[in-house]
Design a protein around this ligand. Structure first.
Ligand code: 5AD
Ligand code: SF4
Length: 439
């Protein structure tokens, strides 16, 4: 049997796209391998949200030159967000002529046909569409996990935060039909999935532009009673669109997890304005307090960018201040990376790299100490954990998550527990995870 290897960079949206690529490859008769050397087709699904993600991709493509020399029939395909940027596809063709196929984010479903075209061509086949209004349903999919599934509910983004390349490479916002989502989730439940994560760049604006009158809270209500699905997660939420209805849905719907990923990006209203985020520090704080009041025990996680152009010490102190006030459970922190084609790229006053790193380290220290304190509150408590599989950090332990999204390593090797929600007593809290025993 012919074999395929896929490497994925970037967000969960890309992960789901790669699961679709796997589904199509399987339907074409390929089986997966985790060893590039034995693959007949290698796919790199790329990300361009920060420069370092792009550099890694170039390094990985370059490293395939020798393999292709030894194995001339090897198909090398490069796809994803990076390919949607101007000149990138052409540059890759010039610099790495051994790449067989380049395609973008809007024609993923045409992958089998594109592979055939590439196999019959001596030159690199390039097909990158500028945009697409179409949502293609029914693409086969092979998922990484058999317990939890990613389900994209909307594509693209209309927000144009000034630092962000995503709207430029993923196009305008498009919501899937609610019935298609309900059907997919039902099918997932039927084959044993217990948890779904609804994906979109900004799930709070789900439903805009659909003929049917529905918002994100309404979609959660539709999905909440799916028999067999015990947990519903979602990401990402933009603070400017977080509705009262969504807060009530999180409070009232029993299967919706008590966790929200609510990127703040900066604590300085001045910087938030420059970022085109359309909320103030005070508005964000207000939202966080409302969430904590209405959904007791909720965990709030976030994304923060350090060193946006023009960020002063004062602005950065505002970020530290809101982190202390909200007490985030955890955060993804990023050094600002200038992306060509975005408005922030042209701002002259870039922050000095050393200062950026200093601020970054200070922020991470603060987040870690708050994260540990929040995790300590779980010690000696009994929590419900959905067991996902074997622990990555400990042999002979299983791992799972609380409904608040905390990773728990559970002291048992009883694999029959995988896919079940069990009671676990937390025995030890660490900064990034909890340890516990089944009770
Ligand atoms: N530089 C650094 N971080 C970025 N993000 C998006 N664009 C950039 C950039 N140019 C971060 C944001 C976003 C997350 C997915 O990536 O914090 O929420
Ligand atoms: Fe990028 Fe902003 Fe859209 Fe998120 S909401 S994808 S940060 S433009």
């Amino acid at each position: 049997m012919k074999k395929y290897f896929i490497e994925t960079w970037g967000c969960q949206m890309n992960e789901e796209d790669s699961e679709k690529l796997s589904g199509m490859l399987k339907a074409m008769g390929y089986e997966v391998t985790d060893n590039k050397k034995e693959a007949d087709i290698i796919v790199f699904n790329t990300c361009c949200v920060r420069e370092n993600a792009e550099l890694k991709v170039y390094g990985n493509i370059g490293a395939l030159k020798q393999l292709k020399k030894k194995k001339p029939d090897l198909v090398i395909a490069v796809c994803g967000c990076m390919m949607q940027q101007e000149n990138i596809a052409e540059n890759i063709r010039k610099k790495y002529p051994f790449v067989s196929l380049i395609f973008g984010t809007h024609n993923l479903h045409k992958f089998p046909q594109l592979v055939n075209n590439a196999m019959q061509s001596q030159n690199t086949v390039i097909e990158v569409l500028e945009s697409s209004d179409e949502i293609v349903e029914g693409v086969p999919i092979v998922r990484e996990s058999s317990v939890k599934a990613l389900v994209t509910i909307m594509y693209g983004c209309n927000n144009f935060c000034t630092y962000c390349i995503v709207p430029h490479v993923r196009g305008r916002e498009k919501s899937r039909n609610p019935q298609d989502i309900v059907d997919e989730v039902r099918q997932l439940a039927q084959v044993g999935y217990k948890e779904i994560t609804l994906l979109g760049q900004n799930v709070n604006s789900y439903g805009r532009g659909l003929s049917e009158e529905i918002d994100f809270a309404g979609l959660l209500k539709l999905l909440n009673n799916t028999e067999g699905i015990e947990r519903i997660r979602f990401m990402t939420s933009h603070p400017k669109d977080l509705s009262e209805n969504l807060i009530y849905a999180m409070r009232d719907l029993c299967n919706v997890c008590k966790h929200i990923h609510l990127p703040i990006q900066s604590g300085s209203t001045r910087i938030l304005n420059l970022m085109n985020r359309k909320y103030t520090k005070e508005k964000y704080l207000d939202l966080a307090l409302r969430l904590k009041k209405e959904v007791p025990g909720i965990s709030i996680t976030t994304d923060i960018i350090v060193g946006f152009p023009g960020e002063t010490e004062e602005d950065f102190n505002e970020t530290l201040d809101i982190v202390k006030q909200v007490e985030f459970d955890s955060a993804f922190t990023f050094l600002y990376s200038p992306r060509p084609g975005t408005p922030a790229y042209d701002i002259k006053e870039q922050v000095d790299e050393n200062i950026k790193h200093e601020r970054f380290n200070k922020l991470v220290d603060l987040l870690n100490s708050i994260g540990l304190k929040k995790n300590k509150a779980y010690e000696n408590k009994i929590v419900k954990v959905l067991i996902e599989g074997l622990s990555k950090n400990y042999e002979s332990k299983l791992m799972g998550r609380t409904d608040t999204g905390k990773l728990v390593n559970v002291n048992t090797d009883d694999k029959s527990l995988i896919g079940r929600v069990i009671n676990v007593k937390i025995t030890e809290a660490l900064t990034w995870s909890l340890n516990g025993i089944p009770v």
